[in-house]
Design a protein around this ligand. Structure first.
Ligand SMILES: Cc1cc2nc3c(=O)[nH]c(=O)nc-3n(C[C@H](O)[C@H](O)[C@H](O)COP(=O)(O)OP(=O)(O)OC[C@H]3O[C@@H](n4cnc5c(N)ncnc54)[C@H](O)[C@@H]3O)c2cc1C
Length: 489
């Protein structure tokens, strides 16, 4: 374990009693009467509950500014009064980063949902400038309407916001071709903890004027400032997209197939999602009226998507590739979607995995990564250890195998009490983290650290790296008003 950080630990927000009525009055002066509520108001409720409904937070108030100037005014007021600010996007984060669970009487939640303008699409520059409260799906649709692709795509895209995607450096299903959110950022507009604004929305692809300060705010989980707008990189909209569900005999074969596809088909592959048999069966629980797209007799399935420009014969290339891997004995069976509707059904299975797990009640979820070359060995080992520890539970491992990212989850038996489930989550999480660290991996591949994984982060992070982070936080936010309790302690 690393030595604790002492010299540069972030200060506590000064504990000061705040009068809710006064705070609310001041916030309403900035945003208007209809857009600031006390923490006890029913309108504030959705902003104080996590996506799964497992946690409920408390706050002095929830405020919804509509402009960068309003965000600035709210932050200035809070900084002067010693009130902490928790920025919140779509509140779909899975590590409790946007919920003030530990600062009740001295914090407000600042929701970005009203800052949802698409400011500009620069067709010649392949870029668009959007406000941080834009829903991801809205950004994808606006880009597509203009003939471009905004490639970040994930299960929560109908609710999560660009600012949240930036602040968690979101991944999703297209990372292996387009990279994570970080790769889509050309510049940011950020309100800093003292209320000043960093403007960098020029949309330049090359700009080597020293350190790229934008990078500090990507994946920072709102602890350094509030992202109010972003200049995003766009890609050509693929004209030919082919989706297929492939049946295999093992995770090892899935990794081999992935490696072959990269070698033989270049960058045409945009998604490669592992879904073992028990995961597809589980997904069916959330799709009672849907007929399975193929027989589920094989142990391992992979959902792949290939895409390319108008002149690229994507379907032909995929078919030839599948013939090769079938001859090699890797591929056992395949279903190729021949319409948008068929492709949507295949993707529906992938999306239904989350819904089906939620239907099983409180359960253990993880989001880990190891190098792709050790993926099969890792999954086998961690699943074996979990099944041994929790023999009556369902252990599932699925995810973005092309990025070395797997979600290893444990669903307890239906008759487990809440206390038993919480004990399983605690013990199982430690076991998974232990395994992933033994494989030199990460205990948070996509979702971040938030409040949920903070102690694990403190335990495992490199001491020097953690020290740099604490010093950075002290420097940018010396009063520790920006999302205290999240990521750093
Ligand atoms: C069904 C489902 C599927 C998911 N799949 C994926 C996936 O495939 N890949 C993936 O990476 N994630 C996934 N997630 C997690 C989640 O959707 C992402 O982390 C998303 O990027 C969070 O965006 P949000 O707007 O909901 O942020 P929130 O949950 O509101 O906030 C997340 C963090 O960012 C901070 N924040 C939010 N907005 C701002 C801002 N404007 N400025 C500064 N800080 C801010 C918050 O304080 C918090 O720390 C999934 C979640 C669900 C529920």
């Amino acid at each position: 374990m690393n030595a604790p950080v002492s010299s540069s630990a972030v200060p506590e927000v000064p504990v000061k009693r705040h009068d809710v009525a006064t705070v609310l009055e001041q916030l309403r002066r900035v945003v208007g009467d209809d857009f600031a509520w006390s923490g006890g108001d029913t309108k504030a409720e959705p902003y104080l509950r996590d996506w799964h409904g497992d946690h409920v937070a408390a706050a002095l108030a929830v405020v919804m500014p509509a402009t960068t100037a309003q965000v600035q005014a709210v932050v200035r007021y809070c900084a002067a009064q010693g009130v902490a600010v928790v920025p919140q996007g779509g509140n779909t984060g899975l590590v409790l980063g946007a919920l003030p669970l530990d600062t009740g009487d001295r914090v407000i939640v600042l929701g970005l949902g009203r800052m949802n303008a698409i400011r500009h699409i620069d067709q010649g520059n392949y870029s668009m400038t959007v406000e941080s409260g834009c829903i991801l799906q809205t950004v994808q649709e606006a880009a597509a309407t203009a003939g471009f692709l905004f490639p970040v795509s994930l299960g929560a895209e109908g609710s999560c916001q660009i600012g949240g995607n930036i602040s968690t450096n979101a991944g999703g299903v297209n990372v292996l071709r387009y990279g994570m959110m970080r790769e889509q950022i050309l510049g940011l507009e950020v309100v800093l903890p003292d209320g000043s604004v960093m403007h960098n929305l020029k949309g330049l692809r090359k700009d080597n004027r020293g350190v790229d300060v934008n990078q500090l705010f990507i994946g920072a989980e709102g602890v350094l400032g509030i992202v109010t707008a972003a200049s995003l990189r766009l890609s050509p909209l693929p004209q030919n997209v082919v989706t297929a569900l492939l049946a295999l005999n093992s995770v090892d074969d899935a990794v081999q197939l992935y490696l072959q596809a990269r070698k033989r088909c270049g960058d045409l592959m945009t998604a490669f999602e592992l879904m073992p048999q028990n995961v597809l069966t589980l997904a069916q629980e959330a799709l009672p009226d849907t007929v399975a797209p193929m027989s589920l007799e094989h142990s391992t399935y992979v959902l792949v998507e290939f895409s390319g420009a108008e002149l690229v014969d994507v379907a032909g290339i995929l078919e030839r590739f599948l013939e090769h891997v079938m001859e090699d004995g890797i591929l056992q069976d395949a279903v190729i979607a021949h319409s948008h509707a068929q492709a949507a059904t295949l993707w529906r299975y992938r999306e239904a995995v989350n819904e089906a797990q939620a239907l099983r009640g409180l359960h253990l979820r993880s989001d880990v990564s190891v190098s792709i070359s050790r993926m099969a060995e890792f999954i086998e080992q961690v699943e074996h250890r979990l099944q041994e520890a929790f023999p009556n539970s369902l252990v599932v491992g699925y995810g973005h195998i092309g990025d070395g990212n797997v979600h290893v989850n444990v669903l307890p038996p239906a008759d487990f009490s809440t206390a038993q489930r919480l004990a399983l989550i605690d013990a199982g999480s430690s076991l998974i983290t232990e395994c992933v660290m033994a494989f030199d991996g990460s205990f948070s591949a996509e979702h971040g650290v938030g409040r949920l994984k903070k102690s694990t982060f403190n335990h495992y992070a490199d001491a020097a790296q953690r020290d740099v982070l604490h010093k950075l936080k002290l420097c940018v936010d010396p009063k520790n008003i920006m999302n205290p309790g999240c990521l750093l302690s």
